[in-house]
Every structure is written in C-alpha cells, then in structure tokens.
Design a protein around this ligand. Structure first.
Ligand SMILES: Cc1cc2nc3c(=O)[nH]c(=O)nc-3n(C[C@H](O)[C@H](O)[C@H](O)COP(=O)(O)OP(=O)(O)OC[C@H]3O[C@@H](n4cnc5c(N)ncnc54)[C@H](O)[C@@H]3O)c2cc1C
Length: 411
C-alpha cells in the first residue's frame, strides 16, 4: 500500500491560492474591521465588507471547498479539504468567506445525503449560492445533550401535518437562519432507543417557533439561540430522511462536521504556536531570550508534538472517510484530541506572552474563550472517551488485540 503525504501539483496550487487569498485579501480586511471596530459600530458596513470578500472568493474559485462541483463547490475529498480548511481558518473570517463555516457546512452535507430532490433545490441550493443561512436544533436545556435518546421535543401526526412542541437551546445561527433542521421525538416505542427521533426542515420565521433570546456565553452573545417550539405545524414533506432516522442523520452529519472543526482548530493552534515562538524569540529575561530557556522550550516542544499528532489523526480520519471506510472511531479520537490540544496550545501561548497574552491586544485571549466550547460541543470529551474505551475493550474481546481500535494501521 502507498503512504504518500505529498500533494499533487494541482492540490498544492489550490492550497497556495487559498493561503494567498487569506493573507492578501481577508487578513487586511479583518485588520481594518477590527481597527475601526466596525462590527460593533456599523453592522451594515461590516456585512458589506464580508459580502464583498465572499464575492471576491467566489471569483477566485475558492468557494464551497466541501461540496461537489455540480453544487458549485470545489469537489475536494476530505484529505484535500483538510488542507484547504486549515488554510482558511488562519483567519477567523476565512471559513465564512469561503462558505464552509459551521453549522451551514454540516447542514449542506446532510441535505446532500438525505434530502429529496425538492428539498435540495429549496434548501441546499440557496445555502450553496450563499443567499441563505441555516441552523441545527437538537440540544435541549432540560435533558443531557450528550444523550439524544432523552430528547423531549415531541411530534405527533395530524393528517398530512406533524405538530411539534418542545424547547431547544444553543441553536447556533438561528437568529439569521432561513431554515432549521429540527430533531424531535416521533416514535413512542422504537425497536432501538436511538430510533425515536426524526429530523424536520423548518422554514424561518414561522408560527410556533419563538426565539426567546440569544444566549450570552463566555465569549459574548454570539448567535446561539434558545427556542421555544409550540404547536409548530409542518407538512409531512418537511421530514428530512425517514421516520426514526434522526439519530442516524445526526451521526452522519457529525462525522465530517466534527473533522472539519478539527481542521479549523489545527489552524488556530498553529497560529498560537507561531505566536508563542515569535514572542519567545523577542522577550528577554534573566540573562537570555525566553526561547533559550528550557521551561519555555518544553512548552514549545509539547505544542509542536501535539500539533503533529493532531495533523496525522485528522489526515488519517479524512483518508478513511474518502475511502468509504468506517471512520467513527478515528473521527471520535481526533475530535477529542484536537479539541484538547487546541486549549493546551493557546493556554501555553498565553503563558509565554505573560500579561500581554491575558490582554486583548493579541488575539490569544479571544481564541482561548472560543476554544473552550470545543471540549463539549459536537460530542463532549467524556462521551468520546466512553465510546473509545468501549471500542477498545470490544476489539480486545473479539480479536484478542486492541489494534483495530487504535486506527487499525499497518504497524
Ligand atoms: C458554542 C456552542 C454551540 C453549540 N451549537 C449547537 C447547535 O448549533 N445545535 C445544537 O443542537 N447544539 C449545539 N450546542 C450544544 C452542544 O452540542 C451540547 O453542549 C453538547 O451536546 C453537550 O450537551 P449538554 O450541554 O446538554 O451537556 P450534558 O450532556 O449535560 O453533559 C454535561 C457533562 O456531562 C458529561 N457526560 C455526559 N455523559 C457522560 C458519561 N456517560 N460519562 C461521563 N461524563 C458524561 C459530558 O461530557 C459533559 O462534560 C452548542 C454548544 C455550544 C457551547
């Protein structure tokens, strides 16, 4: 078997094109927006700049890297996508500018795989065109989001309609979304507990769907909404996938979506490590530069090794997705590892920067606030650990070796 980490000339050209676009076009715009505080002072101007960046990206052929060409995308496989996402996320605006940001990106995959032709035209097409936004409503305040068999939002059938009542929260993007993918319990006595839920497409705004508030989080109030659903009526044609397929659909969505998060987190961690090294080469204390001190070198070395591990894990999981192999174990391990690596590397970088790292004069403080959610959203650490341990124990029981549960690699 061939193990080849080099890029084809075509892919290398794409990667360079994305990198140049981020450095030459997005970053300067981002810096101007930040310097003038345009996001807070003039929302209209802010979105005007973002939309203009999108137009330029599309003209440059960097648009929808995760989607097939027939949907206007770049037609990349997941390994190739890893390169592009990791370049795009060097700027916090990059994924949005290239229209591959969460949760739209995961919703596009979901619609492509599960949508009927009509649903694709109505919901997927505008997402791909960049003329609409979407959200995914699964988590509820009253039951553990880690266990979707507990979902209480309930739907019953009334003729050709489904009537849904429930309570959701942390619905990212709901405030500006043109539609939601909503997960509700429709089956009272399913064969499997996981087969109780069904997904629906909800046009927004709509009677029966009320946004109570945008939840203020540790990085401010940034578009995660609490939603009360009361007698929401949906025609049966709004069902996405079949009855009781909600859990399967969620799992299908989360595989590539979790890995895409990892690709973007790698970019963030690399930025933090670059900053850590840069600072250590310029800060002088107790007779030498910080870069010459063993305590600082250990932080740099640990971060470099963890970033390397993260990249290998992401590439291998992406490779398995591309080959149509079962990727759940690898994506789960990558999601857990990369999320924690990101938090550790940013934290070390803040440490090396001292008070400056704690200030908002560098992006590190903001990055740290954002990074914290990575350890529980889209699968909490402990739940991934539980599944990884279950798979490892089962592998030993079934095959007398844990090898198949550690990536099933040929070493
Ligand atoms: C910024 C952000 C954006 C989000 N966006 C969305 C979105 O768009 N749509 C959406 O539906 N949801 C979204 N979520 C919600 C997210 O998916 C949930 O937070 C996540 O699924 C965990 O659910 P929970 O918060 O109810 O925690 P809980 O399930 O209550 O878990 C609490 C803790 O218990 C631990 N735990 C659970 N089970 C076990 C176990 N078996 N063993 C040991 N420990 C365990 C967990 O690991 C966790 O640490 C978002 C969350 C955040 C913070």
């Amino acid at each position: 078997m061939a193990i080849d980490f080099s890029l084809s000339p075509e892919l290398e050209a794409i990667r360079c094109r994305v990198r140049s676009f981020v450095v030459d076009v997005i970053k300067p715009a981002e810096e101007r927006l930040e310097a003038d505080d345009v996001r807070e002072s003039d929302r209209r101007a802010y979105y005007g700049v973002l939309l203009d960046l999108r137009r330029q990206a599309r003209e440059a052929g960097i648009w929808l890297p995760h989607m097939p060409e027939e949907w206007g995308g770049m037609g990349l496989g997941h390994v190739q996508l890893a390169m592009v996402q990791a370049e795009a996320a060097k700027s916090s605006l990059g994924p949005w500018v290239f229209n591959c940001q969460a949760p739209d990106e995961g919703n596009m995959h979901t619609l492509l795989h599960w949508g009927t032709d009509d649903q694709k035209e109505r919901y997927l097409r505008p997402l791909c065109e960049g003329t609409s936004f979407s959200c995914f409503a699964m988590t509820e305040p009253d039951v553990a989001g880690s266990d979707p068999t507990l979902i209480q939002t309930k739907g019953y059938q009334d003729g050709e309609e489904w009537v849904i009542t429930g309570h959701k929260w942390f619905v990212s993007n709901a405030h500006r979304a043109a539609f939601a993918i909503l997960i509700a319990r429709t089956e009272d006595d399913p064969d499997l507990p996981q087969a109780a839920n069904t997904a629906f497409l909800v046009d927004l705004p709509q009677d029966g769907w009320t946004e109570v508030r945008e939840i203020e989080t540790m990085h401010g109030s940034t578009g995660h909404s609490e939603i009360v659903i009361e007698d929401l009526r949906l025609h049966e044609s709004q069902m996405l996938g079949g009855r009781g397929q909600g859990h399967l659909l969620g799992q299908y969505r989360l595989g590539p979506a979790r890995l895409a998060h990892c690709m973007r987190w790698i970019a963030q961690a690399e930025t933090a490590l670059d900053m850590m090294v840069d600072r250590s080469l310029h800060r002088y204390a107790h007779g030498s530069l910080l870069a010459e001190k063993q305590g600082i070198q250990w932080m740099i070395a640990d971060s470099a090794m963890e970033l390397y591990q993260s990249k290998l894990m992401v590439l291998h999981a992406a490779y398995k997705i591309d080959r149509g192999e079962d990727f759940s174990a690898e994506v789960s391990m990558a999601k857990h590892f990369v999320a924690n690596m990101l938090n550790r590397v940013i934290d070390r970088s803040i440490q090396v920067h001292g008070a400056l790292g704690y200030s908002t004069d560098t992006p590190l403080a903001h990055m740290f606030q954002h990074a914290r959610w990575a350890r529980f959203a889209d699968g909490a650490d402990e739940v991934h650990q539980m599944r990884i341990a279950q798979r490892t124990i089962a592998a030993f029981r079934d095959f007398g070796s844990t090898r198949s549960a550690t990536g099933n690699l040929p070493i």
